[in-house]
Design a protein around this ligand. Structure first.
Ligand code: NAD
Length: 651
């Protein structure tokens, strides 16, 4: 079965995950039947979907009305009605192997032979589930994260006998839901995200159990020094301390005494009012920014990297898949492999070896793949090669942006950190800089820059959590804005959603800005006691005049797209569904225009803006005379005479 052949979907289970998955599948345009064992469970799941769709509709996050989406959802308690003529079943029943196998046994009898059977299990073996089916090749894991409507990631998991055809179809189906799939090529315990997340939760608990740290120190350090969205203990309280405890117990992994004590005392986190923090008598997490000083963050991160190296070495997942998984599935600021390359794999290996020698604990034993990389000299960014290639050549892999060059020579760049509203990390700025600096402008006629997701072009610079960021590190990023501004081809910013701070400065470095009416613009830095650092104080002033620029910078307020258009900050604001066409109109004029003429126009206009009028007019005259001798001008004038469209060659 190919993903394009999937039309009818059944979701089994109307609980937390089942109703959310049903909603996502229906939003994407599929007909879907949600089945649970009792009418009351079906009804309750359906009501949850109605509530959620109304919210999405209110916020304009769905293209249709809530009712139109609901029209595609059927419910039933009868299994045969649900799955009799489906192409895909997504099972989201309770996490018990015996129950899942019973369900798959029934599915074997009731579903068409070609139908794909996908389980949303978060910890059970796909291989074992598939033994209940005659043809295990059609069984696959599709692990959605909670809540499915909000979380972008889906792990697509192979059982031992899953066919590539099935896994690829599941992968493409997930993409058709506008979610991001990652392949997990073996159904190892915890798959990718929970495997790597394990040490993040457990190692700090060992350190506290051993009297080497406090809960507050660990949480403060991981959040404020290392940029994780939550500390390990805060996260444990949120997800339930007993959940991770039982998963580890079943997998034969020892739980640290601290976790055992909490489970015994039934202090399981937020749901019981008390866990590592007190939510009834206290106010929950009570750590302060400075509490983390002295906490050994490398000990925790080295083990996450070690887990990642095991997954790569055992062909379970690629470094890219792991990093994507941790960013989208766990909200990590960057993937562990990317981060490891910056820290240095040799340093990480040394740390693990030292801890292993010191404690004799198996969990510190370095993964073979990590040892191999270090032995090969692939120690990370400084060496030009680690988990990733960091060379300046063409072989560099980008993590935070996507790009493609079409046959007209349009270089389309997407800022790809939707989970952070495409905030500009140092890596992302560096990748933009590298891409534009290494692309041959002769191959390009126009560049477009946009954000992924529909919520933001880019919501600003991402320095969250890095209390130890030095001003010099931030300034290191600034050449990117100049690289964009000076790129010898026109650059168009395609803006949808937030365009703020550093993100707005990136748009200001472009030549033209076209935005949806719902977009918002601003320079909020003053609220942090800062000023813009990517050119806004100057480019904005030149664009809209000192009064308006100062208003934006001094007050830090946001303005809407209509005001931005009125002020001349953007070329125009268009309805959301007209953005593609509006940008295409501009791009198609540019790609059919004379490349050299456009290059000279951009240069003369940019440089002239910073010169006095006489000097600027001289620049213009020089540019004009350079162009007079070009083939393109000969072609342009000939075409004018002959009343046809010119064909410019860029000479
Ligand atoms: P849940 O308990 O909220 O919902 C499960 C539903 O399945 C219940 O309504 C139950 O009545 C129904 N059910 C029982 N037997 C059934 C059957 N034979 N056919 C159809 N429905 C049946 O559980 P959940 O949190 O939605 O978890 C479902 C699955 O998703 C589990 O495998 C779980 O591990 C996985 N998962 C959960 C989360 C999470 O955060 N909750 C995240 C990812 C994956």
């Amino acid at each position: 079965m190919d993903a394009s052949e999937i039309e009818r979907v059944a979701v089994l289970g109307a609980g937390n995950m089942g109703h959310g998955i049903t909603e996502v599948v229906a939003i994407a345009g599929y007909d879907v039947t949600m089945r649970d064992v009792e009418q009351e469970f079906v009804d309750s799941g359906y009501e949850d979907i109605e509530w959620s769709l109304d919210k999405l509709d209110e916020k304009d996050r769905i293209d249709e009305s809530a009712d139109e989406v609901l029209d595609r959802i059927d419910t039933t308690t009868d299994l045969e009605t649900a799955v009799g003529d489906v192409d895909l079943v997504i099972e989201a029943a309770p996490e018990r192997m015996a129950l899942k196998q019973e369900i798959y046994g029934e599915l074997d009898d009731l579903t068409p032979d070609e139908a794909i059977l996908a389980s949303n299990t978060s910890s059970l073996s796909i291989t074992e589930i598939a033994t209940a089916v005659e043809d295990p090749e059609r069984v696959v894991g599709t692990h959605f994260f909670n809540p499915p409507v909000k979380m972008d990631l889906v792990e697509v998991i192979y059982g031992e006998r899953t066919s590539d055809e099935t896994a690829d179809a599941a992968h493409d189906f997930v993409e058709s839901l506008d979610k991001t799939p990652i392949y997990v090529r073996k159904d190892v315990q915890g798959f990718v995200v929970n495997s790597v997340l394990g040490p993040f939760m457990v190692e700090p608990a060992w350190m506290v159990s051993n009297g080497e740290a406090t809960i507050q120190e660990a949480d403060a350090a991981m959040v404020h020094q290392r940029g994780y969205p939550m500390g390990p203990f805060e996260l444990g309280d949120l997800t339930g301390i007993d959940i991770g405890y039982s998963v580890r117990e079943e997998a034969g992994i020892e739980n640290p005494p601290l976790i055992e004590e909490k489970v015994e005392a039934e202090e399981l986190g937020r749901k019981t009012g008390k866990g590592y923090y007190d939510y009834e008598e206290g106010d929950g997490p009570d750590y302060e920014q400075d509490d983390g000083e002295g906490f050994d963050t490398l000990r925790v991160e080295a083990q996450m990297v070690n887990e990642a190296a095991k997954l790569i070495g055992n062909d379970v997942a690629t470094a890219e898949a792991i990093d994507t998984g941790m960013r989208l599935g766990a909200g990590f600021p960057e993937g562990p492999c990317r981060r490891a390359d910056d820290i240095g794999l040799d340093r990480i290996l040394e740390k693990l070896e030292a801890l292993h020698d010191e404690t004799g604990e198996e969990r510190f034993a370095p993964a073979d793949h990590l040892v191999e990389l270090v032995e090969n000299g692939q120690t990370g960014a400084d060496a030009g090669q680690g988990f990733y290639s960091h060379g300046d050549g063409d072989d560099r892999t980008y993590h935070d942006l996507n790009y493609e060059i079409d046959d007209r020579g349009v270089l389309a760049i997407e800022l790809d950190r939707p989970e952070r509203l495409n905030a500009l990390s140092r890596d992302l700025l560096d990748e933009i800089d590298h891409l534009l600096s290494t692309t041959d402008p002769d191959e390009i006629r126009c560049v477009t820059i946009e954000g992924t997701g529909e919520r933001a072009f880019s919501a600003g610079a991402d320095v969250t959590g890095f209390a130890d960021t030095e001003p010099a590190d931030v300034l290191r990023a600034t050449p990117t804005y100049e690289t964009v501004a000076e790129f010898p081809r026109p650059v168009v910013a395609k803006i949808e959603g937030y365009c703020l701070g550093g993100g707005h400065e990136l748009a200001l470095a472009c030549d033209m800005r076209i935005a949806t009416e719902g977009s918002t613009f601003g320079q909020p830095e003053i609220g942090l006691g800062l000023i813009p650092g990517g050119g806004a104080t100057q480019r904005l002033t030149r664009l809209v005049g000192a009064a308006r620029a100062k208003e934006l910078v001094f007050r830090g307020h946001q303005i809407d797209a209509a005001t931005a258009a009125d002020w001349g900050m953007i070329n125009r604001a268009v309805p959301g569904d007209e953005l593609d066409d509006a940008v295409e109109e501009v791009v198609s004029d540019i790609v059919n225009g004379p490349p050299v003429g456009l290059e000279v126009a951009k240069k003369v206009m940019n440089e002239g803006a910073d010169a006095d009028l006489d000097a600027a007019l001289t620049l213009e005259r020089q540019g004009f005379s350079i162009l007079m001798g070009t083939d393109d001008v000969a072609e342009g004038t000939a075409a004018f005479r002959e009343d046809r469209d010119p064909e410019f060659e860029g000479r």
